[in-house]
Design a protein around this ligand. Structure first.
Ligand SMILES: Cc1cc2nc3c(=O)[nH]c(=O)nc-3n(C[C@H](O)[C@H](O)[C@H](O)COP(=O)(O)OP(=O)(O)OC[C@H]3O[C@@H](n4cnc5c(N)ncnc54)[C@H](O)[C@@H]3O)c2cc1C
Length: 432
């Protein structure tokens, strides 16, 4: 059978429907742009508190990264703790790290409160070292995390790694038992249903084309022009992640869209699955140009990576299938004869400092910059920004940190430098 070029997760669920035709609400308290984890989590919180909310989504519910990701609900941030401490100091880093732990509890609580059937499981994650010096760094990192954040990371020596992973290519690993796994499409679908149940109107096929500050009956707000007509909103929350476009140019200039690709195999025999991942962890390696992989709830191997740097196109998706299959066999030679059944791609959002950012800019609220760590953090920041809109107090953990743009302003939203950056990261993986 030919490889299906579509998201495997979407074959496991019927996505809920939003309002895709007919008139839009004339005016709302909050217009949220983007129906992924960030936007839906914010909409759910706001609607539960009685606000009128419209979620405007140019495609369909969960169409962006939120239905296409690896489903790894991870602790920590993309940058390592030593780097974070050097950038922000101990206290701010402690606050951010604690938020990363809370973000997992936040997902778990929503799944429970809203009875979302999405295979959420606290299976933990395993990071594996591609070089001896990466492994040596694990020891130091675990020590800092225990001391500064009172959180346990368990270092796994090479000779014990067989209990965690059926691959012989790594130099050791580090486990965090607090991380979790989820079926991401089922989760985003559940969030959408929860937001709708709370009263939010999710408008699919509604691309926001223009937004302008306005004044109406003496109060300020926004006029939004969409592909389905106009609406007024007192506040706007932008939740467009890697798909941020020219409607919000100030934000677009600060976000680099980067492609990530995934293959999924046929269902594996039970014994093979058990051999490859005896503890069913969410796994990723220590490279910049990393691989991430896991078993799906129905026992397929899901294997992802940055097979191309540019956001997905039909061509890059097709090429990624073979690149990722070769990567998967390097890790797991046992899968040499296993069929790959699905391949797809999606777009990640990286800020220039590789940090999440949330708050208010030019009067609009936003949360972006998850850098591949967004399942839990997008849910959490969606809630935090909703709280900000409700209370006027910004208590998100990234409030107040600088949000840098490109050096010398050399970026207008078109990432011309990605091939250079891709080559640079490959080079770094070779030398470091
Ligand atoms: C292949 C892949 C694998 C990943 N794996 C993981 C993982 O295992 N663990 C993890 O934590 N994170 C992972 N991530 C990252 C994670 O998926 C994202 O950080 C998260 O889904 C971001 O959610 P979001 O709601 O902010 O954005 P998205 O889900 O991307 O939603 C943004 C939405 O905005 C809409 N939009 C954009 N512009 C407009 C407009 N003008 N008008 C209306 N709508 C608009 C888009 O259509 C889109 O649906 C992965 C990402 C990818 C692509």
């Amino acid at each position: 059978m030919a490889i299906q070029e579509r998201t495997y997760w979407l074959t496991t669920i019927q996505m809920p429907k939003g309002n895709a035709s007919g008139p839009l609400p004339e005016s709302v308290d909050v217009a949220v742009i983007g129906a992924g984890y960030t936007g839906l989590s914010a909409a759910r919180t706001l609607a539960k508190r009685g606000l009128q909310v419209a979620v405007l989504e140019s495609e369909t519910i969960g169409w962006g990264a939120s239905s296409r990701n690896g489903g790894m609900v991870l602790t920590g941030m993309k940058l390592g703790v030593n780097k974070l401490i050097s950038m922000y100091g101990r206290e701010k880093t402690q606050e951010m790290y604690a938020a990363s732990l809370k973000s997992i509890e936040c997902v778990e609580q929503i799944v429970k409160d809203e009875s979302i059937e999405c295979n959420f499981s606290r299976c933990g994650h395993l990071e594996v070292a591609c070089k001896q010096k990466h492994f040596d760094e694990y020891e130091r990192q675990a020590e800092v995390v225990a001391r500064e954040f009172n959180h346990e990371l368990r270092v796994v020596q090479k000779n014990e790694l067989g209990g965690e992973i059926g691959s012989k290519i790594y130099y050791g690993g580090m486990v965090d038992d607090v991380s979790a796994g989820v079926n991401p499409a089922r989760y985003v679908a559940g969030l959408a249903v929860a937001a709708q149940r709370a009263g939010a109107c999710i408008c699919e096929r509604t691309r926001v084309e223009l937004m302008e500050r306005s004044s109406h009956n003496g109060s300020t707000g926004w006029n939004l022009v969409t592909s389905r007509g106009g609406l007024r909103a007192r506040d706007v929350m932008v939740a467009t992640s890697g798909y941020t476009g020219k409607v919000t140019p100030a934000l677009q200039k600060k976000i680099i869209p980067i492609g990530s690709y995934i293959i999924v195999t046929e269902v594996l025999p039970e014994a093979t699955a058990q051999e490859l991942s005896p503890r069913n962890r969410m796994i990723y390696d220590s490279k910049n140009y990393l691989y991430y992989y896991r078993l799906t709830p129905d026992r397929r191997m899901l294997f992802g990576g940055r097979a191309a740097f540019f956001p997905e196109t039909a061509d890059s998706i097709r090429r990624s299938a073979e690149i990722l299959r070769r990567g998967m066999i390097e890790v797991y030679p046992q899968l040499q004869d296993t069929k790959v059944e699905f391949v797809w791609g999606g777009t990640l959002d990286f800020a220039f400092d590789i940090m999440p950012h949330a708050g208010q800019m030019d009067g609009m609220y936003y949360a972006v910059g998850y850098a591949g760590h967004g399942v839990a953090m997008a849910t959490y920041l969606g809630q935090k920004i909703a709280d900000y809109i409700l209370s006027g107090k910004d208590e998100n953990p990234y409030a107040g940190i600088p949000f840098p743009g490109a050096p010398f302003g050399l970026y207008n939203g078109k990432p011309w430098f990605l091939p250079v950056a891709g080559a640079y990261y490959k080079f770094l993986d070779w030398v470091s």
